[in-house]
Design a protein around this ligand. Structure first.
Ligand code: NDP
Length: 339
């Protein structure tokens, strides 16, 4: 049997915010006539993530650029619908890196292909968000990189996004005072009223530094930086001595078409004896089992709320991705490929 497949091809490296013409949706066919060791997978959900923008520049950062003219890749969950592998029978739920398409055949040497447990009460897509890479990023960045301790004062930027929302919630579990920043009043209300953030700033309403000055109080022990630029500069001014900054990302700069101004106050790192640590989540896989155990426990106990912004169909994948840079998502942005 043959399945009609669509996959998203990168046609050109975007200049500024990615546009539809940088991509092409290609119609292909995928057959269930498998060789030994192969499985046929139908994707159920695919992830769009800010780091993918860094792979669309033609320059290597910490991962290679996407090649032009080929289908994009990224995290996804799918179901095995035909199998030549005893360990992955038909019906298995799997996590892998062949997103941006509906169907694909995986050979048996695919190291990214992992069978997922079916846990009652948990939806398959949670493995792309709260129990997936964004959740692990929040967990590692806060607890290992920033060395968070109970009852500290935390500032997190990008607080209504996939990572930031979990950073704030984990910090609340640890008894911390949490200030977040985000780009709309609606997001700010959600973070305060539903997730228990102590203060939330809408950075679009007034300069971030002026707003942070009003809520910083005695200052912050930890800053979790998702945004960079003016947010990092403002945070440096309101850190406590010996504070920790987890440098997770700088999304404010990912679409820059010319060089960006750096924080003008890096001397604060010296004066306040700050520890500023960049990190990449994939370097910390030794914490993965501990993360899944803790995070699934917090979900079960209702201490963590999972939130996604869902787009429907592969035709919406580019819009979903672009939306990351326009503030269209609250929580994890995903594309539903079930139908
Ligand atoms: P998000 O779900 O937070 O989506 C992006 C959000 O960023 C948008 O919704 C928008 O929210 C905000 N944003 C977009 N452009 C700007 C801008 N110019 N200025 C301020 N805010 C902006 O993404 P993730 O949570 O998945 O990722 C957050 C950060 O973490 C990114 O920088 C990403 O690259 C990084 N990251 C790093 C990892 C690592 O291993 N180091 C792993 C995973 C992510 P708003 O409405 O609030 O503006």
């Amino acid at each position: 049997m043959e399945y009609l497949n669509k996959e998203v091809i990168l046609k050109s490296y975007p200049q500024g915010i990615p546009q539809d013409q940088d991509f092409q949706i290609l119609d292909t066919k995928v057959s269930d006539a498998l060789n030994p060791g192969e499985v046929l997978i139908k994707n159920l959900f695919m992830s769009v993530d800010p780091y993918m923008r860094g792979r669309m520049t033609g320059r290597r950062s910490y991962v290679d650029p996407f090649p032009l003219g080929e289908a994009l890749t990224g995290g996804a969950v799918g179901r095995v619908i035909a199998s030549q592998r005893a360990d992955l029978p038909v019906g298995s739920l799997v996590n892998h890196f062949s997103g941006w398409r509906n169907y694909f055949v995986a050979a048996n040497d695919r190291s990214d292909l992992k069978k997922l447990p079916e846990i009652s009460g948990l939806t398959p897509e949670i493995w792309l968000g709260t129990l997936g890479m964004p959740g692990m990023t929040a967990y590692v960045g806060l607890l290992k990189i920033a060395n968070l301790k109970s009852n500290q004062r935390v500032f997190v930027s990008g607080a209504a996004g996939a990572v930031g929302m979990l950073v704030g919630q984990i910090a609340k579990i640890k008894g911390c005072y949490v200030v977040g920043s985000c780009g709309s009043d609606e997001k700010a209300s959600y973070l305060k009223d539903e997730l228990g953030f102590d203060q939330v700033i809408n950075y679009k309403k007034a300069p971030i530094r002026d707003q942070l000055a009003k809520v910083a109080g005695e200052g912050f022990d930890v800053y979790f930086d998702n945004i960079g630029g003016d947010h990092l500069e403002a945070a440096l001014d309101f850190m406590k001595d010996f504070g920790h900054i987890a440098a997770c990302g700088a999304i404010s700069q990912y679409n820059a078409t010319k060089s960006v101004a750096g924080p003008a106050n890096l001397m604060q790192i010296v004066a306040k004896r700050l520890t500023v640590s960049g990190f990449i989540v994939s370097d910390h896989s030794e914490l993965h089992d501990e993360f899944v155990r803790d995070m699934s426990g917090w979900l079960r106990e209702g201490l963590i709320k999972d939130r996604t912004t869902m787009f429907y169909g592969i035709d919406q994948a580019v819009s979903a991705f672009r939306g990351l840079f326009l503030g269209e998502n609250t929580g994890k942005a995903l594309v539903n490929l079930e139908n």
